[in-house]
Write a protein of this length. Structure first.
Length: 180
């Protein structure tokens, strides 16, 4: 199960994912696509994926409560974040915290998150690079699982309440001269 979570906008590149999935689904008929989100590109995405949705290999879930997102992430084997521009993706952090590896465009904050060992990068705004990456990665279930575990350990170690409190304390001591 390949997945995407986020706004369905041109900036987020979900059109690239839909087109890439349409291309690879012919050769990889057991792969499915789950898109969680809504936005102005929804009708276009549905038109690209009409065949896949009709055959049960594609699904768009427009309304998901934030509290239930972890269930949707855990249904995925790979999160794809095809953004044309990205600062630092909360979606990637959430997926990594759920043990899901990432395939992200090489923009903004995606690169340092992939470099943790939790995923892969592809050339931004390049459908051919995305197709090539998906074809290569989807045949490596054991590696996807291993990268998901690496990413999960990284996120839980770096973004836990305890580690956040420790970093805040270090900042306060170094910058404000505050002691315990």
């Amino acid at each position: 199960m390949v997945g995407y979570v986020g706004r369905l906008t041109h900036l987020k590149g979900v059109d690239l994912l839909a087109s890439a999935f349409h291309e690879i689904s012919r050769a990889l008929s057991d792969v499915k696509l789950l898109i969680v989100g809504r936005g102005p590109e929804e009708n276009f995405i549905r038109s690209v994926l009409v065949e896949e949705i009709g055959h049960g290999r594609g699904h768009i879930e427009p309304d998901v409560d934030h509290e239930r997102l972890s269930d949707w992430y855990r249904a995925m084997d790979l999160l794809v974040m095809p953004s044309r521009y990205e600062n630092f993706s909360n979606t990637i952090l959430e997926a990594m915290a759920c043990g899901i590896p990432l395939l992200a465009s090489d923009v903004g904050g995606n690169k340092p998150l992939a470099e943790t060992g939790g995923g892969w990068l592809f050339e931004a705004a390049s459908m051919s690079s995305l197709v090539l990456s998906l074809n290569r990665i989807l045949g490596t279930k054991a590696e996807m699982k291993a990268r998901g575990e690496v990413g999960c350990r990284y996120i839980r170690g770096r973004y836990s309440w305890a580690s956040s409190a420790k970093r805040l304390e270090e900042i306060m001591i170094s910058r404000l001269g505050v002691n315990r």
